[in-house]
Design a protein around this ligand. Sequence first.
Ligand code: AVJ
Length: 325
Amino acid sequence: ALGVRRSETRAVTVQLDSALAADASVGLWLDPPVLPTKWLYDGRGSRLFDEITRLPEYYPTRRETSILTDRAGEIVAETESVMMVEFGSGTSTKTRLLLDAFSAAGRPFTYVPVDVSAPMLAESSAILARDYPTIEIRPVEADFTQPHLTLPHADGPRVAVFLGGTIGNFDDDDRGVFFTRVASALTPGDYFLLGADLIKDTGRLVAAYNDKAGVTADFNRNMIEVLRTGLGATGLYTDDFDHIARWNPVRHRIEMWLRARRPVHATFAALERDWDLAAGTEILTEISTKFELSALHEELASAGLAQVDTWTDPFGDFSLTLSRR
Ligand code: AVJ
């Protein structure tokens, strides 16, 4: 029995490391090299992103919060929802603005945070259960980008919410697939509330991802640290990479890259493989697509999500779109 238990433990450990190893062995040898954005958000990366949301240049969080402050009541009145499902759960100010408004409506209400991270779900659910005693908290541990997403049943309309402009991280194809999956997880009469950042002056866009304090640069370079520790790399140093944030006008998206300042000769123990980069080589680490509202509404509609209402902040920087299945 001991032997079995030991091998089970070992299998779990290997699985955790192997997810990064699998992504790295596919992506790092492409031209240009890429690594899935989720690897930016380890413990340190998540703390750095939190710091980003408070930077003077990073407007999206403040703008979305201001829309929700103004419009939460309208969203509640319009949807008359009895359940809110949030993709990428949070205890954030933004989640709370919606929960405050729904609980003020006086109807029985259930909040369903959906996240891949069980510890994160447990912690955020406990905090919200304490702060919202009248709301039922029903966490769902799931990767909402995977097919066959099943949501809890409700005796009334449900509203699924996806905030923060995280939809910008999806490329065009993945975004279409995601909208279709959201639509098929919902039933007619349910709603989808989407936060999306809008196309604007290039200077402001680039500054939001290239702040003066260098927090976004540290956030981006943390990917090197994740590779180094996760794959047992030698010869790999964060200081050997520059942070690049660039506007791609064709695909209307900010792209974050890491550019090798000098030739890199690294070895990944976990891959039993060397990684050689010429000076100047760039690795794509994150995209942040910005939207034109009419195009976004068309995409939603063709997935079966008809636009009901759209709000922007007073500066026209950020948007919230409510659509109906
Ligand atoms: C979390 C995806 C919404 O794209 O604005 C911010 C991530 N990266 N600064 C964004 C991010 C660098 C952020 N999202």
